[in-house]
Structures are given as C-alpha cells and as structure tokens.
Design a protein around this ligand. Structure first.
Ligand code: UT7
Length: 360
C-alpha cells in the first residue's frame, strides 16, 4: 500500500483592523512603551469589533482557497480557541455554519496558547490514518473579551486574531515527523480565568477575567518550549542545522529568544511578528506561519519547528516537513468590515467593568 502523509496545503489569516498601541496603553495604566517593548517585544495589538467566528471564517476561507479545494471537501473543522463565543455550542459550529462546510464535522480544541499545535498534531494523525481526507484547522481568539484593562501586568500582552491551515492527505512525504504534547495541571492556577464555569455553579460573584503570575509563567515557558523543541528535533533525526524556520508561539520575545538560543538559531531562522499583534494565543502560530509563507521564508519541503506554551499549563512542539507547494492556489481578496467604533469604544465595556470592580 502507498504511504499516506498529511500535508499543509492551505493557509490564511484574519486580523481585525483596530489597533491598540503601547502609547494608547500609557494613557490607561501605569506603563510605558519602553517597558513593554523591552520586556515583551510588543508594540501594538488588534482589538476585534466582530465575533471570533467572523475572524475564523475569513482565515478559513483564505486557507481553503490557498489549498484550491471546495468547501464541501472539508471533512472536519478543528477550531482551536480558549475564547469561545458560547459554552454550548462549541464555536466550531458557528464557524461551520458561516463557511457552509456542509460535509464537515466540527469540534473545538482548548489547550489555550498551545491549542493550534495540539490541533495540528491531531489533524495530521486523523489524515494519516485515513479517518479524514481534509481537515480545516483554525486558531482563533478574541482575548480582549477576557482582558482586564486596569491590570498593567496582563493588558499589555494580549490581542485578537485568527489563522487557519488545511491539512490534506498526500503521497508526498510531509507533515509531523515528531511531536511532544505536555501539561502540568497542578500549576493551572497561575494562568487562568477563575470562576467562569461549573466550578462554582450559580455563583453571583463569577468574574470573567484572565489572571496570571507572569514571571512564574515566563520561567516555565522558557524551559518547556526549549525542551519540547529540542526533543522533537532529536526525535525527527535532524541536526540543528537542518531546521529551516522556527515558527513559535508569540507570547514574549524573550521566551522566543531563549528557545532560539537553545536550538542555536540565528534570527534569519526564527519567525517573529509579536511586535504587531501581541499574544493571540491559539492564533499566533497559524498567523505567523501564513506571514512566513507569504514572506518567502518557508522553503518547499522545508523543515519547520512549531513550539508553544500556555494556560493549563500546556506546552506542545512539532517537527514538521512542509509540502512541495508554497504558493497559494487561490487568493481571497475580502477583508473584515471596517469598524465604526474606536479602540476606546471597543475596550470601554471591559474598562468600566473592571474599574468598577476595583473600587468595590
Ligand atoms: O502565552 C503564554 C502565556 N503567557 C506568557 O508566556 C507570558 C509570560 N510572562 C511574561 O511575558 C512576563 O512575565 C511579563 C511581560 C508579563 C512581565 O515581565 P517580567 O520581566 O516577568 O516582569 P515582572 O512581572 O517580574 O515585573 C517586574 C516589575 C514589577 O515591579 P516591581 O515589583 O519590580 O516594582 C511589576 O510591577 O515590573 C512591573 N510591571 C510593569 N511595569 C510597567 C509589571 N507590568 C508592568 C507594566 N509596565 N505593564
């Protein structure tokens, strides 16, 4: 029987147009552009005026067009997110409906910032096994919903956005060569949104707000991302010189630099866009991968490393052989609609809410 592989054949992204800059943040919390830039590498982030499923839809349409397949050919939508639009149904149902992917199953995957890599390893396995022919994998987040814009230790970090890939059966050797999926659930409370589930049923004091012990998360992220990356490179049988591009989760430039140092990669072999979007959790890697391909930084049959770390505390890495084609088959020119709200109007509801809580 001919070997069956799983190739990334399509890619796409969708970023909302409204920008929240470091100078904007200087006006609402005690911080500075200099502090944020030097500690995180972030200069600005996007704030969405549309539902997450609208961002997911556009990124997905672009990925499906780039793959050159019909929407009806998608067998499964895997929607990696930790900012679902509702508890029931999963956000994947909204994405499926908007896409009109009538032959697809749809499921959300929540591994927080590691969600895309978890979803990708699952998609690759489903395609290789024959359980699916084409998986549409989306990473999408509307983190501005969870951000407390009175908390300077978190509000500087996060942004909104979506990215997507199509993973398809292929006879060309491609896909996941080695992967590592990990978690330390005992430390989950150092990065979490407390009280917003069934843990305190009916609790009137339930607060939907992301809380994080930043420096502890930072230390663990540095170790876990570097260890997992090194491990998949070794398992794939690569030398460090064989890596064409590291496409890391974009949470903090210093975390990325530490992983790059461990893999002995110069900046030409590391993709960075954290300055433009901040941390968009499960969306960072598919957005970064799309931009890397568009910038000509992913060679045909190139060796890529994906690496992520996030709430859970989860981590994930994959050594990936990219496919033959690095040009899209088709391109979607549509954009998200312009916003008639300013950045202040978009974050005002959160700001009022948390400001009020602070004063209680
Ligand atoms: O996606 C995965 C999950 N998230 C992450 O991976 C994020 C991991 N953490 C980080 O990226 C970093 O910890 C941060 C960027 C959040 C913070 O950087 P840090 O170098 O770890 O700073 P710190 O938390 O140790 O704080 C150092 C100082 C503190 O002041 P004192 O106690 O030394 O007087 C903070 O109060 O910096 C202060 N600080 C700020 N100052 C200006 C904290 N946030 C800010 C701010 N502006 N925005």
């Amino acid at each position: 029987m001919m070997a069956r592989y799983a190739e990334i054949t399509g890619w796409g992204k969708a970023l909302p147009p409204v920008v929240l800059t470091n100078s904007d943040l200087e006006l609402i919390v005690d911080t500075s552009d200099q502090w944020i830039t030097s500690r995180s590498g972030i200069k600005e982030r996007r704030i969405s005026h549309v539902p997450a499923s609208d961002m997911a839809e556009l990124a997905a349409r672009r990925a499906v067009a780039a793959a050159g397949i019909a929407m009806e050919e998608v067998d499964l939508i895997v929607n990696a997110t930790c900012t679902p639009e509702s508890i029931i149904p999963a956000s994947a149902s909204y994405v499926q409906a908007k896409l009109g992917a009538v032959n697809a199953g749809a499921i959300d995957v929540n591994a927080n910032c590691s969600g895309f890599v978890y979803g990708y390893v699952m998609a690759d396995s489903l395609v290789r096994s024959g359980a699916a022919g084409a998986v549409l994998l989306v990473g999408v987040e509307r983190l501005s919903w969870l951000v407390d814009y009175t908390d300077r230790s978190t509000c500087i970090l996060f942004g909104d956005g979506a990215g997507a890939v199509v993973v398809q059966a292929s006879a060309t050797p491609a896909g996941v060569l080695a992967s590592e999926l990990g978690v330390d659930g005992t430390m989950a409370d150092i990065l979490c949104v407390p009280n917003d589930g069934t843990i305190e049923p009916g609790s009137a004091s339930s607060v939907t707000r992301l809380v994080m012990e930043g420096s502890d998360v930072f230390r663990r992220a540095v170790t876990a991302m570097a260890d997992a990356s090194e491990s998949v490179v070794r398992q794939a049988g690569w030398d460090l010189d064989d890596i064409d591009l590291l496409v890391p989760h974009q949470a903090n430039q210093r975390i990325i630099d530490a992983t790059a140092r461990r893999l002995k990669l110069d900046s030409a072999r590391v993709f960075l866009n954290i300055h433009a979007y901040g941390n968009t959790s499960a969306a960072t890697i598919p957005i970064a991968l799309t931009e890397a391909i568009e910038a000509g930084r992913v060679p045909s049959r190139g060796n890529l490393v994906f690496a992520a770390f996030g709430g859970g505390l989860t981590w994930a890495a994959a050594a990936v052989r990219f496919g033959e084609r690095v040009e899209p088959v088709g391109v979607i020119e549509d954009e998200l609609p312009k916003s008639d709200q300013t950045v202040w109007e978009l974050i005002q509801p959160n700001f009022d809410y948390y400001g009020r809580l602070e004063r209680q």
